[in-house]
Design a protein around this ligand. Structure first.
Ligand SMILES: Nc1ncnc2c1ncn2[C@@H]1O[C@H](COP(=O)(O)OP(=O)(O)OP(=O)(O)O)[C@@H](O)[C@H]1O
Length: 261
């Protein structure tokens, strides 16, 4: 499918359905993520947030619908149907940076090598070039002095920032962040939040899932409330958190203990 207009969204999720056996986990999801937009998925445990991110990253195959991914650096170029079964999944994954709840850094590799590994594999960058870029990235996230350390010498928040640096080292078109703060002590959440906000300022396009409403409020351009695999409501944080239009959204938020501090 061709997307000639410069303003075409970077990501278009069109009627996506995902079933596990009899259980329909994504029930016709339509969602667009604009260039440089930060879209945050919220919803109860089991509502389908992670599964949606996994369909975009091709870790799960859709049962119906399509997902189109454009190029960040070439807005006029045709978006690619990444759900086309003939697609090279590894190549598509190389266009998408992913960070999960658990940082998944390689414990036997120093911080710098963790950051450069993907860049070297995906882009076949030489060691010297990858290290230069890796050090710049570590500088950007304020961890240059940890470049030669092993991950277990870093706090959880620092490890998660390294995982984010690793995800952006390949200069991906899209970043997927799945519950990246839920394994962190509350006092470490702020430093990860600051980094995500910085990425946003620098123009990254981000689709993320979180249970932390304060995080969603502070970083999202748009918040999407998912319930039972359907989008109930989507809008700017002020709408969703202060004046939700749907009763179901209001009920979900009122059940949460997080007071959006
Ligand atoms: N591989 C799988 N096989 C079978 N069922 C699955 C699989 N992965 C997810 N599910 C089910 O799909 C539903 C949605 O799960 P998902 O992890 O997407 O929810 P979530 O909103 O991300 O939840 P949480 O907030 O707890 O991470 C759940 O009922 C889950 O048990």
């Amino acid at each position: 499918m061709s997307e000639p207009e410069a303003a075409a969204p970077l990501l278009r999720i069109l009627g996506v359905v995902k079933r596990f056996g009899e259980h329909t986990v994504l029930d016709g999801i339509d969602l667009e993520v604009g260039r440089h937009e930060v879209v945050v998925l919220i919803g109860a445990s089991g509502s389908g947030k992670s599964t949606l991110l996994k369909t975009v990253n091709l870790l799960e195959q859709v049962d119906d619908g399509r997902i189109l991914l454009g190029r960040a650096d070439a807005p006029g170029e045709a978006a690619e149907d990444i759900t086309d079964p003939r697609i090279d999944a590894d190549r598509v994954r190389g266009r998408i940076g992913v960070v999960f709840q658990h940082y998944n850094l390689f414990p036997h590799l120093r911080v710098l090598d963790n950051v450069t590994l993907a860049a070297r594999k995906v882009h076949r960058a030489g060691r010297a070039e990858a290290e230069r870029t890796g050090l710049e990235l570590l500088e950007r996230i304020g961890l240059a002095e940890k470049a030669r350390e092993y991950p277990d010498r870093l706090s959880g928040g620092q490890q998660q920032r390294v995982a984010i640096a690793r995800a952006i080292a390949t200069d991906p078109d899209l970043l997927l962040l799945d519950e990246i703060t839920s394994a962190l002590d509350p006092q470490l959440v702020g430093e990860v939040l600051d980094l995500v906000r910085e990425l946003k300022t620098q123009g990254s396009t981000i689709l993320m899932a979180t249970h932390e409403m304060s995080f969603a409020r502070r970083v999202a351009d748009r918040v999407v409330y998912l319930k039972d695999g359907r989008i109930v409501e989507s809008g700017p944080p002020a709408q969703i958190f202060d004046a939700p239009e749907r009763e179901e959204t209001r009920e979900f938020l009122s059940r949460l203990r997080d007071p959006f501090s």
